[in-house]
Ligand binder design. Structure first.
Ligand code: FAQ
Length: 307
């Protein structure tokens, strides 16, 4: 396949498969984005896992455990997708724990109360769905197929969060205050998940041309705001943005300016929990060395028997 064949295939909305010829930049961009996505799922287990042992009922514990396990599964599908592009999983993990590869800024904020579990489900998984549903139509086959299952599971995650918050809002005054406080802390970081504004986004133009990304960062952020406002009203909470209002002319909600200094500071490693998240991941990886050694020894013995 030539470069022209590749371009024709992508423009005809067909899928690129692992053995097809692809430009080096396309492969590199995919590995970067999918690895960052996989790392986000794996690091993203930590803020919620913080509450598994303190969940207020058996039902909430079972739901939370299932959600965090799903996130591990998502990370594994996504690492497998990078392997179809020639990436090495061990190398990606090394880059993550050495701070040479990014993961989503959102997971560097702490989960201070159980209401945070609900708000992470509602807003963080809600933002993730908004961003990821279009990725089911991304041009690289293994990534697009992984996204279909991931999105189904994210949708359950979002609903469990919303249902948890609905329950708390029907509770005591203190519980309602807890929900509003969690919303106040997570709203802006959730908007930051979509990345820098389009004018600052270094990768969007090329990624859109290759049909890796299907919408720009600002388009998806706007969609998320429009989707979340009626959900907040139904729940009985407000977002901490005095400039948030319906603009009938645009047919969308206007909203205030994101604190981009905060965004870049968190992306640069200086958020409230960056150090703790990476240190925890590094320790888990080192503690798992004996499992990887045992699995490798078992596989090589099996290979000898078969030979
Ligand atoms: N945090 O040029 P762009 C989840 C970086 S959902 C950190 O616009 P791009 C589910 C970006 O990498 C979260 N870094 O970049 C879950 C680039 O740096 P580079 C994960 C960010 O790639 C829920 C630079 O800024 N979802 O895990 C962020 O075209 C609950 C310039 O930006 C995905 O990864 C950020 N927020 O667009 C799990 C979805 N934003 O690499 C547990 C797939 C940007 O050039 C619990 N990814 N950067 O050095 C994407 O759609 C895209 O990669 C974007 C960024 C939209 C995130």
């Amino acid at each position: 396949m030539s470069e022209e064949d590749f371009t024709r295939l992508v423009e005809a909305e067909q899928r690129v498969e692992p053995r097809d010829w692809m430009p080096d930049g396309y492969r590199r961009t995919l590995i970067r984005q999918i690895a960052q996505h996989a790392h986000s799922e794996i690091i993203g287990m930590q803020p919620e896992a913080n509450w598994i042992s303190r969940a207020p009922s058996l039902r909430r514990k079972a739901i939370l455990l299932a959600k965090v396990q799903d996130e591990a599964g998502h990370g594994l599908y996504l690492y497998a997708a990078t392997e179809t592009l020639g990436a090495d999983r061990e190398d990606l993990t090394t880059k993550l724990v050495e701070g040479r590869q990014k993961y989503s800024s959102i997971f560097n904020y702490p989960t201070l109360t159980f209401a945070d579990v609900g708000v992470v489900g509602w807003l963080v998984d809600g933002a993730a769905i908004c961003n990821q549903v279009p990725l089911c139509r991304t041009s690289y086959g293994p990534y697009a197929r992984a996204m279909i299952r991931i999105c189904k599971e994210e949708s359950f995650h979002q609903r469990q969060g919303y249902e948890l918050l609905m329950t708390m809002m029907r509770g005591t005054q203190a519980q309602r205050r807890m929900v509003q406080d969690a919303v106040n802390r997570w709203w802006w970081p959730s908007l930051m998940m979509f990345g820098p504004s389009d004018t600052e986004s270094s990768n969007t133009e090329q990624s859109m041309a290759w049909r890796i990304k299907r919408h720009t960062n600002d388009e998806l952020r706007q969609k998320f705001v429009d989707m979340s406002v009626p959900q907040a009203e139904a729940l009985g909470v407000t977002f901490p943005d005095p400039e948030l209002r319906w603009n009938a002319e645009r047919g969308h909600h206007d909203f205030g300016e994101i604190d981009w200094d905060e965004f870049w500071s968190v992306v640069g490693g200086n958020g409230p929990c960056n150090e703790q998240r990476v240190a925890h991941r590094r320790k888990a990886h080192e503690d798992g060395q004996w499992v990887r050694d045992a699995a490798a020894a078992y596989a090589s013995k099996r290979a000898e028997v078969v030979a």
